[in-house]
Design a protein. Structure first.
Length: 539
């Protein structure tokens, strides 16, 4: 048996080793305190927003400092050292100090508020996007601005004459008062597509207002003299960056899809989405199908990661009444009105009327009998009842938003926007940073829309019954509530996009302005003329 080795005065090396480990641990604490990517005049504000990092740093420094003092005091009382004590004293700092770092990160990431709700940080979002959650959801109770029981008017749709209503009604299974599922007559107040449009518009407003830095691609109509048209962006166009308005416009001397940005967008796929991330990240959030480009129906498809809709449950269909009293007392029996070619568009004189096969042509339209004053909006309107679009009353109105982190994780970024391959050792960090930036952009859209309010259409203005809360939903159904306001959401986007840029995948900085082609200008100008003549599709 080999005797234990003892050192009468050999503790110095062990003390030096332990001091070195603790010194390194204290130094590493400061590495997680990032310098904010601030605009002019915002540095102090942005530094203050990082107060949890400073508090966590001070607490962690104090804990490690206490460990060092205790370790030093212990060695003042040790006179002989054997192998067992050497192992214990050398390994304890190595094992304990990483735990301090881990707890520090958790402290920064999970700034909890009463009731188990945490304030979302970039670290918390990044962890969720990295795999700790399958998605983010929010459910908020709404009510009419006029109060419970007030009638609201959903969007109407084209239906045949036998339909009971022009609304998107259906029966849904929803939780009842006791939580058990019940069937409920429901109606869509704002569809997924309509909600997406609203969310995109609040992002565009933030970009135009200078509070959000994100790429925009627009067709600039300001120089071609089309009434009512200035710029139409990929946040407003129905097919986003893939819309035909952009396709039929010029980027410099090339049609958009033939220029550099357009070609890279055409070549992008969900498995190589860097170009779309660079030029139109919101398209990756709200989804799109490149069916208008050179590949037609074979173009790349991007699933919606963010969906939102507002639905009323427990509804009763209402009736809408209408009538009009003409203050000029124009009567129906005044005579037949004919179409005229001058500015007034109608006449009682057959000699001034449009001639059709030798006969004057009566005015038509609006569902009224030809030739009546009501066709040209004169005279009384007989009181009537509309049972097809008479509004609804509802027991509950719920807004539901879901952000699929699974879908974001399906997006791949093997190369930079200019086509250079991403080194294997950097790709994981780059992809995680890019996905976190997309998630932050989606959350910002939801929060900004909530703060703007819910004025969906005439006689459909809703108010929230409480604050906007979100939940991270884990793989096994675990939930973690968090909250975030508009200012914090914008700061989160700025931080997340900056981290993605540092990793090697940046958003385009400036708005790309396209010039409409002469053919596009011509078809719009002709359409405006048709509409002015009262012959448009909506007439």
């Amino acid at each position: 048996m080999v005797a234990a080795v003892k050192f009468d005065t050999g503790s110095e090396r062990l003390e030096i080793f332990s001091d070195a480990v603790i010194a390194i641990a204290i130094t590493l604490l400061v590495l997680d305190i990032k310098v904010p990517n601030s605009k002019d005049g915002q540095l102090v504000h942005d530094l203050w927003q990082k107060w949890p990092s400073y508090v966590a740093y001070v607490l962690s420094f104090a804990v490690i400092g206490i460990m060092w003092v205790s370790h030093h005091s212990m060695f003042e009382r040790i006179h002989h050292i054997d192998r067992g004590l050497t192992r214990f004293c050398s390994r304890t700092p190595v094992r304990v100090t990483p735990g301090v770092h881990h707890d520090r990160r958790r402290l920064v990431r999970r700034r909890r508020k009463p009731g188990g709700t945490m304030t979302l940080s970039y670290e918390g979002l990044r962890e969720a996007v990295g795999g700790s959650a399958v998605g983010i959801r929010s459910r908020i109770e709404l009510e009419p601005l006029g109060g419970a029981g007030d009638k609201v008017f959903p969007a109407t749709y084209g239906v045949d004459g036998n339909a009971q209503t022009k609304y998107a009604t259906e029966e849904r299974v929803v939780p009842g008062p006791d939580g058990s599922p019940v069937r409920s007559a429901s109606v869509v107040l704002d569809s997924v597509a309509s909600q997406a449009n609203r969310l995109e518009l609040v992002l565009l407003e933030a970009i135009r207002g200078g509070t959000l830095d994100a790429p925009v691609t627009s067709v600039d109509f300001s120089a071609v003299g089309l009434a009512g048209l200035d710029r139409i962006s990929d946040y407003e166009a129905p097919h986003r960056i893939f819309d035909a308005l952009l396709r039929d416009s010029y980027d410099g001397d090339d049609l958009f899809r033939q220029g550099g940005p357009g070609r890279s967008i055409t070549d992008a796929t969900p498995r190589d989405a860097a170009a779309l991330f660079h030029h139109s990240p919101h398209t990756l959030v709200f989804g799109g199908w490149d069916s208008t480009g050179p590949r037609g129906g074979r173009g790349a498809k991007y699933e919606r990661a963010l969906t939102s809709e507002i639905v009323a449950h427990g509804i009763e269909l209402g009736k809408k009444t209408s009538s009009r009293i003409d203050p000029a007392a124009i009567e129906t029996k005044v005579g037949t009105l004919y179409e005229a070619m001058d500015g007034i568009k109608w006449t009682l004189d057959p000699a001034e009327a449009v001639d059709v096969e030798g006969k004057p042509k009566p005015v038509t339209g609006g569902g009224d009998k030809p030739g009546r004053p009501s066709v040209v909006n004169h005279g009384n309107v007989t009181p009537s009842i509309d049972a097809h679009a008479g509004g609804v009353t509802a027991e509950r109105i719920v807004g539901t938003t879901v952000l699929s982190l699974i879908q974001l994780r399906r997006l791949r970024f093997p190369a930079t926007p200019d086509g250079n391959p991403v080194p294997a050792d950097r790709r994981s960090d780059l992809e995680l940073a890019a996905r976190a930036a997309l998630a932050a952009l989606g959350l910002a859209a939801v929060v900004l829309a909530f703060e703007e309010g819910f004025d969906l259409r005439s006689r459909c203005v809703l108010v929230a019954g409480g604050p906007l809360d979100f939940e991270f939903v884990g793989r096994a159904g675990a939930r973690q509530r968090f909250e975030i306001d508009g200012q914090a959401a914008l700061e989160l986007v700025a931080s997340a996009s900056a981290r993605a840029a540092e990793a090697g995948l940046a958003w385009r900085a400036d708005e790309l302005l396209l010039r409409p082609s002469p053919r596009l200008v011509d078809i719009i100008r002709r359409s405006q003329a048709v509409d002015a003549a009262g012959e448009g599709d909506a007439s």
